[in-house]
Design a protein around this ligand. Structure first.
Ligand SMILES: NC(=O)c1ccc[n+]([C@@H]2O[C@H](COP(=O)([O-])OP(=O)(O)OC[C@H]3O[C@@H](n4cnc5c(N)ncnc54)[C@H](O)[C@@H]3O)[C@@H](O)[C@H]2O)c1
Length: 310
């Protein structure tokens, strides 16, 4: 386990303990930081940890730290139902509440008013550049995007992007802190809607969703193709189930709202799944059913291939 710490960061507050907030909190706690987590729902953290465990099982992949360490990390996260208690000694705050600009701006103003002046404020938003949020605070030069993927299932990449006023020191501290928690920073050189790898992943998602919604192919065949071509345990539709289809829908909608391009509009069929409560791993049904999704079965790919003639 690494014990390098960013010089000025020892207390980290996570605001929003859903799928991603919970995973960021555990990853951070595993590397020796004091982590406070606040969510408006008292059960959020425990539920999200259960979902992360289900995603690990289905995807056959665990965190970058040994699993015992990860389990210890869960116990180290201090859960609080008082936002102020989470924030009052924070050196770094990571917001991971739903993907809604007005909500995030409101919460940033609250965070700003409850957090020591020197603290860095980050959003884990999947699409919203910090430049759209920073002026809700009195410290825009200390705000940045830190966009995590799924550290619990081994994806320890983090996009890191500055706003219009972010100082170089804050970018450097952010990058150094990311490496100190066993993650790989992907600094973005100029503002980019979708950041770095998330933008690449997004183009895959858009095409895969359109092909499914237009009835061009069975979504399972896209996953089979992906898993075979890239040697992964899960394909794009399985990954969207891990992310949560409500989150996927909100993210796709953000891209559409930005571009107004009809090809960016998330399919109605995806919206209908969200309305039916088919959100993926967290509700037990999405494109696949959980805890034993079809893509994890031994014959998911081999079942499509004829046997060798003797
Ligand atoms: N799911 C992913 O794969 C993923 C990946 C990267 C980034 N993100 C981003 O992270 C953010 C959170 O996504 P998620 O998937 O964890 O969502 P989620 O729905 O699982 O969790 C959001 C959490 O925020 C809590 N919340 C709502 N309003 C709140 C408030 N006012 N104060 C405190 N807590 C509040 C909810 O109770 C919930 O637990 C979004 O911006 C999303 O775009 C998600």
């Amino acid at each position: 386990m690494k014990d390098i710490h960013s010089r000025d960061i020892s207390n980290v507050a996570i605001i929003g303990g859903g799928i991603l907030g919970a995973q960021i909190a555990v990853q951070t706690a595993c590397f020796g930081y004091t982590v406070f987590l606040y969510d408006s729902s008292a059960q959020a953290f425990d539920l999200s940890i259960q979902n992360a465990a289900a995603a690990m099982k289905a995807g056959g992949k665990g965190p970058v730290v040994p699993i015992e360490q990860w389990e210890k990390g869960i116990r180290k996260v201090v859960i609080t139902t008082l936002m102020e208690a989470a924030l009052k000694n924070a050196d770094l705050v990571i917001e991971a509440i739903p993907e809604d600009l007005e909500l995030k701006r409101r919460i940033f103003a609250q965070i700003d008013s409850m957090t020591p002046q020197k603290a860095i404020l980050a959003t884990n938003s999947s699409t919203l550049p910090i430049s759209k949020i920073e002026d809700a605070t009195q410290r825009p030069e200390q705000c940045l995007n830190l966009h995590f993927y799924m550290p619990a299932t081994g994806n320890n990449l983090v996009d890191i992007m500055r706003g219009s006023k972010t100082s170089d020191e804050v970018m450097e501290a952010g990058e150094q802190w990311i490496t100190s928690i066993g993650c790989i920073p992907l600094p973005i050189k100029k503002e980019s809607f979708g950041f770095c790898f998330n933008r690449v992943w997004r183009s895959v998602k858009r095409e895969a969703l359109l092909m499914w919604a237009e009835g061009i192919v069975d979504f399972r065949d896209i996953d089979r193709a992906w898993m075979t071509a890239f040697g992964t345990e899960v394909g794009p539709f399985g990954l969207m189930d891990f992310t949560g289809l409500n989150v996927t829908y909100a993210v796709e909608l953000s891209y559409y709202n930005e571009s107004k391009d009809e090809r960016d509009k998330p399919p109605e069929a995806l919206k209908a799944m969200v309305e039916r409560g088919e959100l993926g791993v967290k509700t037990g049904k999405g494109f696949y059913s959980y805890p034993n999704p079809e893509f994890a079965l031994e014959n998911f790919i081999s079942g499509k291939i004829g046997s060798l003639s003797s």
